[in-house]
Design a protein around this ligand. Structure first.
Ligand code: PGA
Length: 246
């Protein structure tokens, strides 16, 4: 049975009180499943609530959605990797498309963030993906490889998970087909292998829901999914993380 990772990106939703209620529901309904990890990325203010609720369940993890690269100091409004780790985070999203496109984060900045996350002992999930204009221009793989290189360099010595999230599929209800995703996943895996990566875990993200998860996860190139909208309701998420996979 292949190992799968289900990652919930709550974006700017779910405060600490709601997070505690959500996890109480989730923990009761979802005992550990073999070869299945479920990671939660709440807003920074709710990381501690999620991490505390998770306790010592090793199949579950809390993570942060973004960090600033400096470890501490006069950076009003920012969260650093060590601070997130202290709150109980064990992972971090890096370079999510909303960071890149809403907040103007550059490739260079994702590189600095990735290093900072690894230095603090958090596991990075590096998000990459092309816009619709780039896809239509046939630039998907060029863009994805450029984003990988900017964040990881010429040799991949760190343990990293990559999430392929085509920008046109995020929050739009329009998911990539399993074939579209598989083609890019293969290219990402090849890129990582060429640079001596020890592991090549590649998730798909973008309008994943309980309906399309079955078909997407049947594609062997997918090692899991990164899910926004369909992770906000605990009942829906419980159904999604239970998706039967062949
Ligand atoms: P979505 O978001 O599932 O709502 O499309 C995915 C993501 O942004 O990680």
């Amino acid at each position: 049975m292949r190992a799968l990772l289900f990652a919930a990106n709550w974006k700017m939703n779910v405060g600490p009180a709601e997070a505690r209620r959500y996890l109480a529901t989730f923990l009761t309904a979802y005992p550990p499943q073999p070869n299945r990890q479920v990671w939660f990325f709440p807003p920074a203010v709710s990381v501690e609530a999620v991490a505390t609720a998770i306790g010592n369940r090793t199949d579950l993890r809390a993570g942060v959605q973004d960090v600033y690269w400096e470890p501490k100091g006069a950076f009003t409004g920012a969260t650093s990797s060590p601070l997130a780790a202290e709150a109980g985070a064990k992972a971090a999203l890096i370079g999510h498309s909303e960071r890149r496109h809403v907040f103007g984060e550059t490739d260079e900045q994702t590189g600095k963030k990735l290093k900072a996350v690894v230095a603090a002992g958090l596991h990075p999930i590096l998000c990459v993906g092309e816009t619709l204009t780039q896809r239509d221009a046939g630039e998907t793989l060029t863009v994805v490889r450029r984003q990988l290189h900017a964040a990881l360099g010429d040799r991949v010595e760190v343990l990293v998970t990559v999430a392929y999230e085509p920008v046109w599929a995020i929050g739009t209800g329009r998911n990539a087909t399993p074939r579209d995703a598989a083609e890019v996943h293969r290219a990402i895996r090849a890129w990582l292998k060429e640079r001596q990566a020890k592991e090549t875990r590649v998730l798909y993200g973008g309008s994943v829901n309980v309906k399309n998860a079955v078909e997407l996860l049947a594609e062997q190139e997918l090692d899991g999914v990164l899910v926004g909208g369909a992770s906000l309701d605990p009942q829906v998420w419980i159904e999604l993380v239970r998706t039967a996979v062949t």
